[in-house]
Design a protein around this ligand. Structure first.
Ligand SMILES: [Zn+2]
Length: 211
């Protein structure tokens, strides 16, 4: 069932302004939910070894708590996005609550690492119809995906199946910077690279992939 891995066909129809795929036919890796002491250093080390940079959608309260990891993500050349302050599902928030989630996370990252955020991803991919209007106030954009790896199930075979079958030239790949998939995250990143090589695909940097 393709849609479970790639919701972009329906998504693009309902939210055409959202990023569902990269715009330069290169693969973008994204990591949600960090920073996290259990996984962030491991992910950074693996990316560095493979000479890749990624987009990390951080949770505001984690950014505050683990500000040195947040700074490391940035100093390694990676980009940061906003994933709400406490991983709240935003579909039922009113405008004030949603604006509060976005602002408090932007402020936490700016305070900890001096970085202004341009990208937002809603937790669990649950949309709020007021989101884009609020994001536009901050000159931010929402970034969804067209390849969910299900890495949080902590089963490398599931990730391999997803990558083998659905990795494409314009994939925005979701993985997690989260203790749930600690055992498989490094192998998952390596398998993504191996699969891309086999398919003749290239990885891109966030700023060039999201234009
Ligand atoms: Zn998340």
């Amino acid at each position: 069932m393709k849609i479970f891995y790639d919701p972009s066909a329906i998504g693009k129809f309902v939210f055409p302004k959202t990023f569902w795929e990269t715009s330069n036919n290169k693969i973008l890796l994204t990591f949600d939910d960090g920073p996290n002491p259990a996984t962030t250093p491991l992910i950074l080390k693996t990316l560095d070894e493979l000479k890749l940079v990624a987009l990390f959608f951080v949770v505001g309260e984690n950014a505050k708590k683990y500000s040195s990891l947040l700074k490391e993500i940035i100093s390694s050349g990676n980009e940061i996005g906003n994933h709400t302050f406490n991983h709240t599902v935003i579909s039922k928030l009113n405008k004030k609550e949603l604006r509060g989630q976005i602002i408090s996370t932007n402020e936490a990252v700016e305070e900890a690492a001096g970085r202004q955020l341009k990208y937002f991803r809603p937790p669990k991919g649950r949309i709020n119809f007021g989101l884009q209007k609020i994001l536009s106030e901050f000159e931010m954009h929402d970034v969804m995906w067209n390849l969910l790896t299900y890495d949080y199930k902590n089963d490398l075979n599931i990730v391999k199946f997803a990558l083998r079958n659905y990795l494409k030239p314009d994939s925005i790949v979701v993985m997690h910077d989260n203790i749930k998939n600690k055992e498989i995250i490094e192998s998952s990143i390596r398998f993504a690279v191996e699969t891309a090589e086999n398919k003749g695909l290239k990885f891109g940097e966030p700023s060039e992939c999201l234009k």
